[in-house]
Design a protein around this ligand. Structure first.
Ligand SMILES: Nc1ncnc2c1ncn2[C@@H]1O[C@H](COP(=O)(O)OP(=O)(O)OP(=O)(O)O)[C@@H](O)[C@H]1O
Ligand SMILES: O=P(O)(O)OC[C@H]1O[C@H](OP(=O)(O)OP(=O)(O)O)[C@H](O)[C@@H]1O
Ligand SMILES: [Mg+2]
Length: 285
């Protein structure tokens, strides 16, 4: 039977969320044993647990059919792979940062200067596009230390909350690249593997869709049902059932997480009571 191989990060910022997503897709596998390979018991997939740096290359070579990495790593490694899907977690950016007591006149700050980074390709492309000639110094980790030891006048590294920069006396001056975890795919997968990938994508879509929605139940006075239905578009339209108490109905609908507070305020303003909001585990349109 055909199986696909998916490479995920063994240990690091992507590991927990990658495993969680695959488990939410109903795939059962063991990951806590220190093993570098695992077969799923209920889906035709084998997992490889690797350093994230190696994943784009393995997917390009076909050692793995799919891989989960940060877009930053995929673009930096510049291997011949497809970005099959954005996964919405491990969101971060690559930024240029300099010592916080230095004036920043703009990108010319870096002209002819040395900049330390673990992402030389992304930074080189950025500087090229902006017409800056800088000396890019590649280091593989603890990049934030470079200015304080005289290695570089600035750095380009991953930023999320900014607390690592701050605790190293640096300030962010340019955001140059936005990243999140992506599902990488080998180019031209054979049809049987593509069919398994399609099945996986269907499940990922259902999990992702569920996360952007909430299920809402409430009691509404019949005289304001029209206004309440207007506020609750639902998947097709809200479900309405009469309550035993005269003049009241129970209303159930799906709402977008983004509109959540506006919807609740509108419902309350129209006399809704007993509002219950539930998470949706999966949603199939
Ligand atoms: N602070 C952060 N917030 C959000 N996402 C992050 C953060 N730091 C890193 N990431 C994302 O997670 C990816 C993996 O980060 P991690 O620090 O685990 O990598 P690593 O040290 O290179 O791991 P490995 O040992 O596998 O090589 C990064 O390439 C980036 O896409
Ligand atoms: O803006 P922040 O929220 O501080 O996040 C940014 C930091 O997060 C990552 O390191 P991580 O914490 O994964 O440690 P690492 O040195 O092992 O990569 C990244 O390399 C930055 O140093
Ligand atoms: Mg790495």
């Amino acid at each position: 039977m055909t199986t696909i191989r998916i490479a995920i990060q063994k240990k690091g910022r992507l590991s927990d969320e990658s495993i969680k997503l695959l488990k939410e897709c109903g795939i059962k596998f063991s990951n806590g044993t220190g093993k570098l390979k695992a077969k799923a018991s209920n889906f035709p997939v084998e997992f490889l647990f690797l350093r994230d740096d190696d994943i784009p290359g393995y997917v390009a070579d076909g050692v793995a059919d799919l891989g989960i990495v940060g877009l930053n790593e995929a673009v930096e490694k510049d291997k011949n792979t497809d970005i099959v899907k954005e996964l919405g977690f491990s969101k971060c950016r690559l930024s240029l940062a300099i010592p916080k007591d230095k004036d920043y006149p703009g990108l010319q700050y870096f002209e002819g200067q040395s900049v330390a980074t673990s992402y030389p390709k992304i930074l080189e492309d950025y500087f090229k596009e902006k017409g800056i000639n800088a000396d890019i110094h590649e280091i593989s980790g603890s990049v934030e230390i470079a200015p304080s030891i005289g290695l570089a006048v600035g750095i380009c590294d991953i930023v999320s909350t900014g607390s690592t920069l701050m605790s190293n006396g640096l300030k962010e001056v340019e955001e140059i690249f936005y990243s999140q975890a992506v599902l990488l795919g080998h180019k031209d997968l054979p049809a049987e593997k593509q069919a398994i990938l399609n099945k996986l994508l269907f499940r990922i879509d259902a999990v992702q869709e569920g996360k952007t929605k909430k299920y809402i139940m409430l009691n509404a006075p019949n005289h304001s049902l029209d206004q309440i239905i207007e506020i609750l578009p639902g998947v097709k339209s809200p479900t309405i059932t009469p309550l035993k108490s005269e003049g009241w109905s129970s209303v159930q609908a799906v709402i977008n997480e983004d509109d959540f507070w506006e919807v609740i305020e509108g419902l309350k303003a129209n006399g809704a009571e007993g509002i219950l909001v539930l998470p949706i585990e999966k949603m199939i349109a």
